[in-house]
Design a protein. Sequence first.
Length: 204
Amino acid sequence: MIRLPGALTLITLCLFFYSCSQDYLPKPKGYNRIELPDPKYISLPDSLPYDFEYSVHANIYKDSSWMAERYWINIYYPQLEASVQITYKPVLSRQDLLEEYLRDAHTLTSKHQIKAYAIDESIIQTPLGNTVVISELSGEVPSQFQFYVTDSTKHFLRGALYFRTATKNDSLAPVIQYVKRDILQMVNTLEWKDGFPVQLVIKE
């Protein structure tokens, strides 16, 4: 005769091992819906040798290199965890300096080629006569949108978009497009302050 408690124990053990042998399928990770604010723009502070309109939803911070490069700034979107890093260099009518800045800009963009599916480059002329080169990078890259602006004689400004979140770029697509629109507003309203005193930092 089979004892009932022993039979129940055997059934319990069978169910336990059967359940352990089943494949575990985790639930796919979901992403929170990001509410994008209506675009609205204001001008930069007067303490810079350039001016453009940037989003009221962003904050201006000095770049970490501020002691050496006083006119480098970060435009940070706290709600989106996005940052547009702006660097500025005077050209001083020197062709060698302009060529150096162009090389550096292309080098910084090409560093992402390993992870980028594609890099689409376009050249535009702004209403104020500046030349803008825009690089849009596809894939899981740290910077999805980069650009530089120059008047070819006196000024050179470069910008790059970064996110502080590890979220995949596919899910960030609406945010990338949102900030891209803001960047286009920046470059199209960019003006140089020719009488502004600037100091050239020489590389050692």
